[in-house]
Design a protein around this ligand. Sequence first.
Ligand code: PRX
Length: 664
Amino acid sequence: MTQPTDETRITSVLQEERVFDPPARFSEAVGGARVRSLEEYRALHRRSLDDLPGFWAEEARELEWFKPWDEVLQGDLPEPKWFVGARTNLCHNAVDRHVAAGHGDEVAIVWEGEPTPDGAPEVRRLTYAELQRETARLASALTTLGVVKGDVVTIYMGMVPELAVALLACARLGAAHSVIFGGFAAQAIADRVEDAGSKLVITCDGGWRRGQVIRLKDTVDEATRLTARIEKVVVVRRTGQEVAWDAARDVWWHDVVPQGDPDFPCAPMDAEDMLFLLYTSGSTGKPKGILHTTAGYMTFVHATCKYVFELRPDAGQLYWCTADIGWVTGHSYVLYGPLLRRVPTLMYEGAPNAPAEDRWWDIVERHRVTHLYTAPTAIRALRGWGDQHVKKHDLSSLALLGTVGEPINPEAWIWYHEVVGGGRCPIVDTWWQTETGGHMITPLPGATPTVPGSCTLPFFGVDAAIVNERGEEMPPNTGGLLAIRRPWPGMLRGIHGDRPRFLKTYFGRIPGMYFAGDGARRDARGYFWIMGRVDDVINVAGHRLGTMEIESALVSHPAVAEAAVVGMPHELKGTGIAAFVSLKRGFDAGAALRSQLVQHVAHEIGALAKPDQVRFTTSLPKTRSGKIMRRLLRDIAAGKEVTQDTTTLEDYGVLAKLREHEEE
Ligand code: PRX
């Protein structure tokens, strides 16, 4: 391998030898696993790569098409086209198709609200017929408000059923949705609205979180002062608190949606028409709008739900993914995937520890959840609250567990397996990204022996490899860059409005391959072990953030001269945020300013980006060419002995000064 640069040094000491075979009773629990042995997986994986179009055509035939494709796959990385010439609609496949087949009365979404201060848990169940009617009405109402096919609708809501209806309604009428997680601040909304050229926002008056109201509409109001683009705001009443009202701009959902046409049809979409934008952090300050299109995404999400989660209609399953729909996991695996598979999906509005720390287990028991999909950060927190909360509940309904978002540490894996899964549920540790649309490297629950901490083997049609910067494959147990060598249907089709950045970020580093941004290795078995990002992206509590975004937020504070942000090990969050800040003359470093800066970041980006540590320094360590030495800062933030070669340090004294501040 080429010498690792400052930013690509990849180290891992994790050696895990425990192997867990697929539990014998798993197949029974899900009504018959599809792939039952590693040999079967390997044969099918090989076949899928030998004939990519053949494999994906077979998967796509399980869905409905208004017009069939002329060609399954046209072109190659970086800009392939899938299902060329076909017409279909995702809402049709996720909702209307099931109604037409006589399943209209079946439950599509089970929604559990946060207990409001004055009441018991609230539960709502939406059938496919209701979803069809509500998505039609909203699509029709949006059309009346001026939305046309090809527009981008911004969605900033809590986890209420109307959120699911909103995404599906956009898909129904052919508008792309751009969902912004409810934890982001007004500036983040304004930036995304500007970039997407979005004129309409759907929001809620507020959302419930641990008995408190999050004032979502206020934040949207603030965003309308930061960008002039927002012409209409549709507001769902959830909390009922007073909200400011601009009669020319704001409309209540309950005023416009019931007026909508309940028979509004699903628009025939071209296979490569934009389905959604989802903004995610990259290695520059500006979040990028990841663009996904209709047919390939739909086929990929459907297939992964079928093989990885073994979702199967009429098998008594109830699937729960705890992610917020504001993230890609929520798009693909709270909403679209399970609905495409006709398996009821549970949506939960609130926090895992309100009103009590057994809240999730109470939900699993009451609803008889069969599939639970969550993030390692949640597993670590739940484990920390103690086994008694889990043991109080009957979790015998669980058949399969999943994790996503960050590497899972073996202790958390084992706890999940033993205490939550009672030792009988396979765990699928799924590696993927906003950009990939769906699972890329993952065990198949009935086939793949699992090893805690490894996401194991590539999904069908996925040609994953560990390579160096020249694209040469690395030998076993040698760290390298995680790359994908062939196109897959769920892949991003671009960064909204920035083709050069798309080509450079994903295809500019390793010739001819998609570069994921992660470092990884394969073990002797061929299993993949993700070591983490090798760019300036950090996964904080499973949320993806760019260190540059946080730096930009810090530098926008009047006291800050310069800032450098790095990830640091954090027991619960996996990665915490450490900020090194130098101040302008005349400002005093101290506790007051420190907390002001933390608040400032929350205001600029959102509470999820708050630094865990702010260290003041007179200057930052830089190379002679002026580049901040992040590797060094990472070591300092981690409290490690700095043993790296620091001969390029411009000012040796800076290092000593930084360490002095550690005691603060
Ligand atoms: O670093 C990898 C990590 O999350 C990144 C993608 O983040 P995002 O686009 O927000 O999507 C998260 C949900 C799909 C990846 O580059 N990551 C995701 N899944 C895993 C993971 N790291 C280790 N193991 C995983 N299973």
